[in-house]
Write a protein that binds this ligand. Structure first.
Ligand code: RFL
Ligand code: PHB
Length: 389
């Protein structure tokens, strides 16, 4: 087999890159370790920056997003029961859209199938070869048969645990990491959301988030210790804990029901540099992780893909390497700003085992400053809705 770009991973990064390249006539093959149903079964992100929506429009996969996505003008922060709304539209004239990652993935998969572009699911033992030279290759096994694809470039879009970053020699990679001593226990329920907008809550018992997927489906999270087990959390225990961390009015309005999904996600900040090694590029979670507090993970995957697709389109259209040469530095500049924002949101909203009384007062003062200062609120709004490219 031969193609122009082999894309490893059929998550949002890989599928969106494939779509943007296919639209320009650049042939790709996507290799995915899991089945299509498994990929669609993962409940993950929910908030799209305005620039991510614009990129999905450009990729011509935004029809259902515009029909079903919920445009949110702002979010609320709640600190020890004191709730305040931040109106992004008023502050900076931008909004976010609530539309599940599962739906983004489904739209991209359907568009890819309709275009006839090749996706190989359940590709086992994917391995990357010769990306430091001019003729990279990717090998894999499917239904017991070994295959090899020769290509011009490999795009490693295979997430944090993927094979792409692991194939880069250690000495060529610099990594930066912070692991937080807690995770998020999340549940999905077929109940109307407690509020029209997201509520991020700080409480002495820990962080909580009220989010949603649609007017009839809610997503809620509570901060739990890193070693917590899902089995220890009955639905009833979850609802009691969530209520205890919210302001009274919100707690009273909470509509509860049986969970249809319940899982714990660990929190981590991570960046690998650079994002290019010869003819291999890393994009999305394969290259960096943010704690979900800033709702940036999926948006950063889209941001990398925007830079990378433009670079590859320039390479094939104009035979110029300028774009691919600057991909890593351009993408990383935006990645680090989202890392900073996600770290900051995490640090003001969670309780840390080693936070003393001074630290809690500083967290409280951050909240009061945001409420009192339009400049501070605008800064948060600008970061939450997505920094300009
Ligand atoms: P993905 O989605 O992990 O996709 C990678 C794909 O690669 C496949 N793969 C392989 N394929 C072939 N060979 C191998 N050896 C392979 N190894 C792996 C995997 O099966 C998978 O299909 O990475 P991608 O595309 O970079 O997308 C990143 C996003 O998924 C991620 O950043 C977000 O989900 C993070 N995130 C959020 N981001 C937001 O922007 N807004 C949010 O509101 C938000 N909320 C969240 C989140 C992540 C969460 N969890 C579970 C970590 C909430 C949570 C709870
Ligand atoms: C979600 O709905 O899953 C969600 C929303 C906002 C976040 C993280 C997750 O910051």
């Amino acid at each position: 087999m031969r193609t122009k770009v082999v894309i490893i991973g059929a998550g949002p990064a890989g599928l969106l890159l494939g779509r943007l390249l296919e639209n320009e006539g650049i042939e790709t093959i996507v290799l995915e370790r899991r089945s299509q149903d498994y990929v669609l079964g993962r409940i993950r992100a929910g908030v799209l920056e305005q620039s991510t929506v614009e990129l999905l429009e450009k990729a011509a996969v935004s029809e259902r997003l515009h029909e079903e996505g919920l445009v949110h003008d702002g979010v609320e922060l709640c600190f020890d029961g004191d709730r305040h709304r931040f109106n992004f539209r008023e502050l900076i004239g931008r909004t976010v859209t609530v539309y599940g990652q599962t739906e983004v993935t489904r739209d991209l998969m359907q568009a890819r199938d309709a275009s006839g572009a090749k996706t190989i699911y359940e590709a086992q033992d994917v391995s990357l070869h010769d990306f430091d030279g001019d003729s990279p290759k990717v090998r894999f096994r499917k239904d017991g048969v070994e295959h090899e694809i020769a290509c011009d470039f490999i795009a490693g879009c295979d997430g944090y645990h993927g094979v792409s970053r692991a194939s880069v020699p250690n000495h060529a990679l610099r990594t930066f990491e912070r692991v937080y001593p807690f995770g998020w226990l999340g549940i999905l329920v077929d109940c109307p959301p407690v509020s029209d907008e997201l509520i991020y809550a700080h409480h002495a018992r820990g962080f909580a988030l009220c989010s949603m997927r649609s007017p009839t489906r809610s997503r809620y999270y509570v901060q739990v210790p890193a070693d917590e087990k899902v089995a220890a959390w009955s639905d009833e225990r979850f609802w009691d804990e969530l209520r205890s961390r919210l302001d009274e009015e919100t707690a009273d309005h909470l509509v509860t029901g049986p969970s249809i999904e319940k899982s714990i996600a660990p929190l981590r900040s991570f960046v690998a540099e650079p994002l290019r090694f010869g003819r291999l590029f890393l994009a999305g979670d394969a290259a960096h992780i943010v704690p979900p507090t800033g709702a940036k993970g999926l948006n950063l995957a889209a941001s990398d893909v925007r830079y990378l697709s433009e670079a590859l389109i320039e390479y094939y259209g104009e035979r110029s390497s300028a774009g691919i040469d600057s991909y890593s530095s351009l993408a990383l500049a935006r990645v680090w700003k989202a890392e900073r924002f996600s770290w900051w949101m995490t640090s003001i909203l969670h309780t840390f085992p080693d936070t003393d009384t001074f630290g809690r007062r500083i967290q409280r003062t951050e909240f009061e400053y945001l409420v009192a200062s339009e400049a501070a609120a605008r800064s948060m709004a600008e970061n939450y809705t997505g920094l300009p490219y």
